[in-house]
Design a binder for this molecule. Structure first.
Ligand code: URA
Length: 232
């Protein structure tokens, strides 16, 4: 675990790398890289889809109508943006707000993994299909998964993943809004469960030992149930 200052400066280093990113074609049309914003020590992260026009202009996530709804839902459970960290699956705006392409998600996912590993949240709310599918490495859609928490590994971090409808989907559909609101109300309970048990960090084996050692038989029994690996 890093100290708060160390964590912020490590996160800033990832931001500085992302700011000049050219890993996919979206760099040609973006105005700003929307890295994410909020509390680098947050226990709770939200992961959306991709910046829209307002976010692209301002360089901040969720500053439009969907963001206003997100703020309102947060306030209803006694939280605000300073309590959480908000990021997106893609850091750059897809032209005309089209869906992210698989190659863009692939090119961008390392930034998200590093954000999660540095912030070390206990709970991650994936907002909508794109973030949920990426973080679960599975194509099951949000209407089947919303409101069901599960333990997942994101990079080296074990988190309580809690898929939610995307606030943009709730803007004009009252029944989706009520479902999202009801799912939101369970966030404090998930946070109260605390940090999930973390996997043992991988030990570095000195090169000399590697050369001498006999190849090991693969273990036949898993000692603990392993949370399923995410895409990272
Ligand atoms: N929708 C998202 O998924 N992310 C944003 O930042 C804004 C709208």
């Amino acid at each position: 675990m890093s100290s708060a200052t160390e964590r912020r400066s490590l996160l800033k280093a990832v931001y500085e790398q992302a700011r000049d990113c050219r890993r996919c074609a979206l760099h040609q049309s973006r105005t700003t890289v929307v890295f994410g914003s909020g509390n680098a020590n947050a226990e709770l992260m939200f992961i959306g889809e991709a910046p829209g026009a307002n976010e692209d202009r301002m360089g901040l996530p969720f500053v439009g109508q969907a963001g206003k709804l997100l703020d309102k839902l947060l306030a209803e459970i006694g939280l605000n943006r300073q309590d959480v960290f908000i990021a997106n699956t893609l850091k750059c705006r897809p032209p005309d707000n089209r869906d992210p392409h698989p190659n863009e998600i692939e090119a961008c996912q390392d930034y998200l993994r590093r954000q999660v590993e540095l912030i070390e949240p206990s709970v991650i709310c994936s907002l909508g299909n794109f973030a949920t599918k990426l973080l679960r490495a599975d194509s099951t859609g949000i209407s089947r998964l919303h409101g069901r928490e599960e333990l997942r590994l994101i990079g080296s971090r074990a988190v309580r993943l809690y898929p939610l409808y995307h606030p943009a989907a709730a803007l004009y559909t009252p029944t989706t809004l009520e479902t999202l609101r009801a799912d939101f109300r369970r966030i404090p309970e998930l946070l109260a469960r605390g940090t999930p048990v973390q996997p043992e960090p991988l030990k570095e084996i000195p090169e000399a030992e590697l050369e001498d050692s006999e190849p090991e038989e693969p273990p036949t029994i898993a000692l603990e149930p392993l949370p399923q690996l995410g895409l990272f």
